[in-house]
Design a protein around this ligand. Structure first.
Ligand code: TYM
Length: 327
């Protein structure tokens, strides 16, 4: 059975891209031994208000559980609760080339136009590699934007294994059938993102159904009136991809359904499909948020389970690199 690991940053609010690209799949495919992490150490690579970070960390746990993740089956924990992440990140940074990090698209995007950029933002992918390798993950369910980081993780693991002997499993990224790259509804050339300038093109999990429907109805469509996917139709293609992701149906079937119909009918179906898909989680999230102490309790259990695995890997790493064990 493949070991699965994935993570998400507690920054901003959860959007439909996170949901389809990652969280909902974690829950749908969960099995014993799967591990999921709220990566608060990654979140501070860009300055955060401490109280806001704490609130968002707990809120994100509520969303992941609302997706249906069962803490008796899979492990859910907060990255800073398991110290081994930081320790392994340091060790791996000594097996990572500056040139490799310089090529990371996410770093280029996040640092573009900024006057001051933290060293943490630059070494961010090394910490991500540490997350994955600590748990000897075979598979990492993520959206398309994370593919490059998982490839770097493989390269770093391979280099470490070559130098110190077989230590780490080489992971591979797994993508959803549809929705690996959910695009902004207003700017379909850009991915849907927490950091978009306006939220008009981003569907938030914590907004009302009415608001979601309004955003979908106002989504940018393309010239012509045909509901079909294609490079010349980025807006419609994105909506078709969304409808496919939320209904589980294939794009050619959906195109056939809307033959001869107007964009308005199509958008209405997308709005309803998305709201139906999110409804159970939205309701459950409201319930779970009423009991923060219970969320903290579940995260503490998750951290204990994660630590057990992480400590075993880290013991091997310390030995391999030649650290003198404490007497
Ligand atoms: P983050 O927090 O930006 O996003 C969490 C997950 O959501 C996916 N995602 C999307 N999928 C489809 N369409 C979109 N528009 C979209 N936007 C986001 C992301 O691909 C991701 O799967 N570096 C990671 C967090 C991380 C991690 C890890 C992931 C840290 N350590 C170890 C996997 C394994 C990040 O910033 O994701």
């Amino acid at each position: 059975m493949p070991r699965v690991f994935s993570g998400i940053q507690p920054t901003g609010d959860v959007h439909l891209g996170n949901w389809i690209g990652a969280i909902s799949r974690w829950a749908a495919d969960q099995e014993d031994g799967h591990v999921f992490c709220i990566v608060d150490l990654h979140a501070i690579t860009i300055p955060k208000d401490p109280e806001h970070l704490r609130t968002k960390t707990r809120d994100l746990a509520a969303w992941i559980l609302a997706a249906g993740l069962d803490p008796e089956v899979a492990t859910l924990f907060v990255q800073s609760h398991v110290r081994e992440h930081s320790e392994l990140a340091w060790v791996l940074s000594c097996s990572t080339q500056m040139g490799e990090l310089n090529r990371m698209v996410q770093f280029k995007e996040k640092s573009a136009g900024k006057e001051s950029v933290s060293a943490g933002l630059f070494t961010y992918p090394v910490l991500q590699a540490a997350d994955i390798l600590l748990y000897q993950a075979d598979e990492v369910p993520v959206g398309e934007d994370q593919r490059q980081h998982i490839e770097l993780t493989r390269d770093v693991a391979q280099r470490f294994n070559g130098r110190f002997g077989d230590t780490f499993t080489l992971p591979k990224a797994t993508m959803p059938r549809a929705g690996a790259r959910v695009m902004d509804l207003q700017q379909p050339a850009n991915k849907m993102s927490k950091s978009a300038e306006s939220d008009a093109g981003t569907i938030m999990l914590d907004e009302t159904e009415k608001k979601t429907a309004k955003k979908v109805m106002r989504a940018v469509t393309d010239s012509g009136s045909e509901v079909r996917a294609g490079e010349d139709k980025p807006g419609v293609t994105n909506l078709l991809d969304l409808l496919s992701a939320v209904t589980g149906r294939e794009i050619p079937d959906l195109e056939a359904d809307f033959e001869g119909k107007m964009y308005g009918d199509f958008k209405k179906a997308v709005a309803e499909g998305v709201n139906e898909f999110l409804r159970p989680a939205r309701e459950r999230h409201a319930e779970l948020s009423k009991d923060p102490a219970e969320l903290d309790r579940l995260l503490a259990i998750g951290a204990d389970r994660a630590r057990n695995i992480a400590e075993t890997t880290m013991d091997t790493v310390r030995d391999r690199v030649g650290f003198l064990p404490p007497a």
